[in-house]
Design a protein around this ligand. Structure first.
Ligand code: PEP
Ligand code: MN
Length: 341
């Protein structure tokens, strides 16, 4: 809260009361009396004012509205840290000139399938293998993932291909197994506001890929990142993966404007998951290209050697040959925006 606009009919007493409250809180008030109304500029470290406090000021007698110039997310904001954050995973850097592509099946199904997919995506130029062992399925009767067994498979594929592993955590009780076998911990869309989980992953020095919630605003996404960072873990990668809208032809509506908005508001790397964004495999490539053109630092793409038989999200998974073609096309788009892939 940095500027307080008073109502036209606010009295001198209202103004005094507000100024007193600000001063009591350690701030100075810069009062500007216009012909129409009075505006108070709040001087001091206003980032310390909580949302609740700010709302309480907004409810005071004589106040029309309040504007916050400093963002409620502090550690994640570009005001706080103007330079881009680079996140290192082994030899790979996320957030630099090179665009990083995380590819693999929705779920880890068995060793052979994941190994084949891993080898294919590596050949095509992906820099991470993705795959869920703990799956957040809408139905309790759908395949829920292989659990620790799946984590071991991921680690084995990393061993053979050299690709670091991105995988989802659903429950703080799984943290040890997730830390043991993964290189980047994914927080899925459904858990973006699972605050206990965010705090848990904030305790470790392990990169976190934070997906935007199904109906989360950009501010809420950044506040979720703040939860992780406020616990000491600054290695947060933001991921736009589509939001719920009235549109039904695509699984979600991929909000690509979130990319430049996030890059402006935050120093954290931003990646895009067009697979969950559109939910239909032949729409993935155009949106992946658009994401890179919009300034994304990376992509998460679902790939399966046999999408028809996939245990989850087969309809949105690319076959290896299509993924390879897409990677070639992405090189041209990356070049056009001064990046490499
Ligand atoms: C996934 O990456 O497989 C996944 C479940 O993603 P989201 O949380 O974005 O739905
Ligand atoms: Mn999926």
């Amino acid at each position: 809260m940095d500027i307080i606009v008073l109502q036209r009919n606010a009295t001198a007493k209202d103004l005094r009361h507000i100024v007193k409250k600000l001063e009591k809180r350690g701030f100075k008030a810069n009062i500007s009396k216009g012909t129409e109304r009075t505006v108070i500029g709040v001087i001091g470290d206003t980032s310390k004012i909580t949302e609740d406090e700010s709302n309480a000021f907004g409810a005071m007698q004589g106040v029309e509205n309040i504007h916050r110039i400093t963002q409620p997310f502090r550690l994640a904001s570009r005001d706080f840290k103007p330079s881009d954050t680079l996140i290192r995973v082994g030899k790979t850097v996320i957030g630099g000139k090179k665009i990083q592509v995380m590819a693999g099946p929705c779920a880890v199904e068995n060793m052979q399938t994941l190994m084949n997919i891993g080898r294919e995506v590596k050949k095509a130029g992906a820099s991470f293998i993705r795959g869920g062992a703990f799956k957040p399925r809408t139905s309790p009767y759908s395949f829920q993932g292989l659990g620790e067994e799946g984590m071991k498979i991921l680690a084995e594929v990393r061993e053979k291909t050299g690709l670091p592993v991105v995988t989802e955590i659903m429950d703080p009780r799984d943290i040890d197994v997730i830390l043991k076998y993964s290189d980047v911990i994914q927080i899925g869309a459904r858990n973006m506001q699972n605050f206990r989980l965010l705090q848990e992953v904030g305790e470790y020095d392990k990169p976190v890929l934070l997906k935007r919630g199904l109906s989360a605003t950009i501010k809420e996404l950044l506040m979720a990142a703040e939860y992780i960072m406020s616990r000491g873990n600054n290695k947060v990668i933001l991921c736009e993966r589509g939001i719920r809208t009235f549109e039904t032809t695509t699984r979600n509506t991929l909000d690509l404007s979130a990319v430049p908005v996030l890059k402006k508001l935050s120093h954290l790397p931003v990646i895009v998951d067009p697979s969950h964004g559109v939910g239909i495999w032949d729409l993935v490539a155009p949106m992946a290209k658009a994401a890179i053109a919009a300034g994304a630092d990376g992509l998460m793409i679902e790939v399966h050697t046999n999408p028809e038989e996939a245990l989850s999200d087969g309809e949105q998974s690319l076959k290896p040959a299509n993924f390879k073609t897409l990677m070639k096309e992405l090189r041209l788009v990356a070049k056009a925006v001064g990046r490499t892939i």
